[in-house]
Design a protein around this ligand. Sequence first.
Ligand code: NG1
Ligand code: ZN
Length: 531
Amino acid sequence: VNLRTVYAFAREMYPKRVNKDIQYGTAGFRGKAEDLDYVMYRMGLLATLRSRQTNGQVIGVMITASHNPEPDNGVKLIDPKGEMLEPRWEKLATDLVNVSDSELEAHVTKLIADENISITQSSHVFVGMDNRYHSPRLLKAVADGVIALKGCVKEFGILTTPMLHYLVVCANTRCAYGMPTEEGYYKKLITAFEDLRGDTLDNGNYKNLLLFDGANGVGARKMLQFLKRMKNSLNVNVFNSGQGKINHECGADYVKVQQCAPSGMPIAEPNTRCVSVDGDADRVMYFFTDENGVFHLLDGDRIATLIAGYLMDMVKECGIELNLGLVQTAYANGASTNYIVNELQIPVSCVPTGVKHLHHKALDYDIGVYFEANGHGTIVFSEKAKQEIKDVAENSENNQHKASASRFLKIIDLINETVGDAISDMLLVETILQAKGWDLKQWLATYTDLPNLQLKVKVQDRNVITTTDAERVCVTPNGLQDEINKVVANYKKGRSFVRPSGTEDVVRVYAEAATKDEADRLAYEVGVLVH
Ligand code: NG1
Ligand code: ZN
């Protein structure tokens, strides 16, 4: 590798025009698309080095700004096991992006030496992008970075984020998880779904009709690809399929934060099942409007409780014992946590915001279910769990156990264990609702959410706020937590916390209380304390 060429090329094609330092946050780098070319090129360099350091395993680079507005874009790296980039490398990413053009050469040389990277080791990078109009230009920048260091780059074009995670894992496990192709992904999920679904599509109150809000993002495109390959096993009407602006008044984040239906969808029959995904299809939300025109949201907490309860029953039906746990963040509605602990009697843990924390904690269980309230989550199974279920399916003399275990194996196949996957999660929810014969009203009746509100507060430096106890308690500024406690004490069922966002330059305030009015007031009062 001629390093001189790498930097001459960088300076000429991808100069760093931005002086402000940026940070590899909760979901990689995000910002205005026109400021990101040098970031992408440098992430191409970094992914190549990371691949070399992990003995040539495939590293993923996803170009997306998820639920952000159309002018934004971003980039996140995927580690060999399909997980988010290791924290130490997040720091290396931040440092690499912030050095000046003239420091770049010395910086990379030092990184190679510090990390003991063999420059002759082969290197493989998979790149995917969402459907923003500036994504192809940024994808080329990533590819140029990889090629500059003589790495191998495979461009997959438009993908959902979870598809890229799947592809990385398949490639690094020599196809044990599935075929590392887009077709392989569809085939794995569709085969499992259609086997589970059987021939009788309607069941009880469950009706085979779903309205799908694709957020004008990749989720819509890929859902249409699914439908082309499915045997009418799910009747899906796709809206916001790409004519409008990505995430504009639609998508999972809009529906969750605004607590209303997206635009771009027709007024359906009351109680029709509707679903929204976000711009890169790693989050999912269910909702419906009832006969009185009232909007109801079934969010990530509720999806988690539905899945956890169902899987717990499946474990029992297989006649085995596995420890199943649920992982949430502080944003989980208090009512959902109560329901999990008291009704489902499943252990629950709370971790800091960001999927990597949830995923990591979920691995502590035989079956770990994790979801953020915003609809991002999945289920992970230990090798032990998979083996035990397989044993029952193959060898049990109890026919009922055997049949349940076979069904369980298909459920596992339907789940994208590598990361939260809106379409895979949705197909799982559809499977469970169909099995129970439930409509959304019955699902909603399992518990009642506490009214809540999230606010964003602009401050000079959001990082003066530091937290502990899974972000539920403020450590600094001194005295802030005492003030929050005093305010919260005035509210029945009151709970509130503040933390600096990892993806936006704001402090987030969350509050819940017995009534909507009180939740709103509590949020504003705490917001004032932060200001
Ligand atoms: P920040 O900006 O750190 O709150 C947001 C979401 C996270 C996660 C990331 C990545 C909330 C409150 N926060 O993080 O859950 O999804 O974006 O997309 O929803
Ligand atoms: Zn997303």
